[in-house]
Design a binder for this molecule. Structure first.
Ligand code: GUN
Ligand code: FE
Length: 469
């Protein structure tokens, strides 16, 4: 992850640039520049600002000019992905969560006790996520420490910013895929030290209790302590499915809601990210906001596993940080572009669910409630969730997520050239009467709604080009 000999130390990109500043604010720089020194952004601005930019070695930079169908955006953040589940993508989506885990997911994850199998899969996972534009990924691996080390090595070598989570589970799991508490902790410590020894600023261990059902309260408390001692982030799942919530509250009696179970364990910190959060109650949202705990919104998975429609605008309004997750293989699409589109779909579905009461007869009546005025997400907000929102949710917005000076150059070079996909046909859209701003917005919107990894022609993490064809 250090600056390699095979990359340029000083580069300036000239062209159109777009990035998010917050959920509702973005910056579009037409005909602008970004200067990158040893993988870090040292200047950004428009043409006038480039002329005014006072930098002694300005002329020594390699200069790259983008074409008018190209632009730069920040790299995507997948804030929730199960690397070992990739071979199951597109399979076994006929059951809700708990049956799905037992029938399809646990049997596959058990196989990662075989390091060769792990290596084979993880090489492809990192390569594929990078090529899809995922510059930062929060990975759930499996319970097997050696395979976790392989995932850390692979992400480090291929140059992805990655959180590596050794999954912890000591109850309500198959006999072949479960661990003893002490062993789990020892293995976790070993992995944490292994990753520390990599001395990579890209790779971070993340404490990963699978979810409350598969962890005893003692295990969750010990894991929270481990996170505290090593100053590490935490990831898990919460309130994905109504049967899961019911069973959790049966197992951990005396708690009035799911979030309280994790809070008792000390797992809700300002570096904790919880996936799904589809069915959170108001008190739970308040608790998340109070603790600084964030949510990974996984709309594709929530639809596939029939978990529910997660209202991210409610979470954001409640002061909770939100990012997007592919949740492979509950999700069947590895690209964060697809996560954005799924988030937009779900938000629109919520919009008309709230406007209409659909009766069993198929008859539709207007909903007179206040929340009927639900404003769905727009594509720029979806882009925020896919980039800066994810970086904030994973507490890495000081290094990535947008093009602020001082951050790492984690970026995607997008090309919306004609013929990439049939529906693209951009030159037909870009009539001569449009302003440069209007043309750019159309390109960007086309990319969000119809683009794929063919349009992501280069991917940079810390300035290093990491996409392989
Ligand atoms: N809850 C506990 N484990 C999992 C998992 O692997 N995938 C999803 N979607 N939810 C979970
Ligand atoms: Fe998950």
């Amino acid at each position: 992850s250090e600056i390699r000999d095979d990359m340029d130390h000083h580069v300036i990109y000239f062209g159109n640039i777009f990035h998010s500043i917050s959920f509702n604010e973005s910056q579009e720089i037409l005909d602008g520049f970004i200067a990158v020194e040893d993988g870090k952004i040292i200047a950004i601005g428009n043409k006038t600002e480039f002329e005014a930019w006072n930098y002694a070695n300005k002329d020594t930079f390699k200069k790259i000019n983008l074409t008018d169908t190209q632009f730069l955006i920040p790299g995507f953040v997948d804030s929730h992905i199960h690397a070992p589940q990739v071979p199951n993508i597109g399979l076994g989506l006929d059951k809700p969560l708990l049956d799905w885990l037992n029938t399809y997911t646990f049997p596959l994850e058990t196989q990662y006790k075989d390091k060769n199998f792990a290596k084979q899969v993880y090489e492809k996972v990192v390569q594929r996520t990078l090529s899809s534009g995922t510059t930062t990924a929060a990975y759930f691996a499996t319970i097997h420490k050696d395979s976790c080390k392989i995932l850390a090595d692979v992400a480090n070598e291929k140059g992805q910013r990655a959180f590596i989570g050794k999954v912890a589970m000591n109850q309500y799991s198959p006999d072949t895929y479960v661990e003893e508490l002490e062993q789990s902790l020892t293995d976790n410590e070993e992995l944490i030290n292994y990753i520390k020894d990599l001395k990579s600023d890209l790779i971070t261990p993340i404490i990963t209790p699978r979810f409350a059902i598969s962890c005893s309260m003692e295990m969750m408390k010990k894991l929270a302590e481990l996170a505290r001692i090593h100053n590490l982030p935490i990831q898990s799942h919460i309130s994905e499915n109504v049967d899961e919530i019911k069973f959790t509250l049966e197992l951990f009696s005396g708690h009035s809601n799911y979030a309280e179970v994790y809070d008792t364990a000390g797992l809700l910190t300002n570096r904790t990210i919880m996936a799904h959060a589809v069915h959170l109650e108001n008190e739970e949202i308040e608790l998340f906001a109070k603790r600084g705990t964030s949510v990974s919104h996984c709309p594709n998975s929530n639809t596939n596993l029939r978990s529910g429609l997660c209202d991210v605008k409610r979470l954001i309004a409640g002061g909770v940080k939100v990012g997007l997750g592919s949740d492979i293989s509950g999700g069947n699409r590895i690209s964060i572009l697809d996560a954005m589109r799924a988030a937009l779909d779900v938000s629109h579905h919520l919009n008309f669910m709230k406007k209409q009461n659909v009766l069993g007869t198929g008859q539709v009546v207007e909903n007179k409630e206040k929340n009927a005025e639900y404003e769905p997400l727009d594509y720029k907000q979806a882009l925020f969730l896919a980039t800066l929102g994810g970086a904030q949710a994973l507490s890495v917005s000081d290094v990535t997520g947008n093009f602020q000076i001082g951050k790492s150059f984690d970026a995607l070079l997008i090309d919306t050239y004609e013929g990439t996909v049939d529906e693209f046909d951009l030159p037909k859209v870009l009539t001569e009467n449009l302003s440069e701003h209007d043309k750019f917005e159309k390109l960007l919107q086309k990319f969000v709604y119809t683009g794929d990894d063919r349009n992501i022609i280069e991917v940079f993490v810390k300035g290093r080009q990491v996409k392989t064809k």
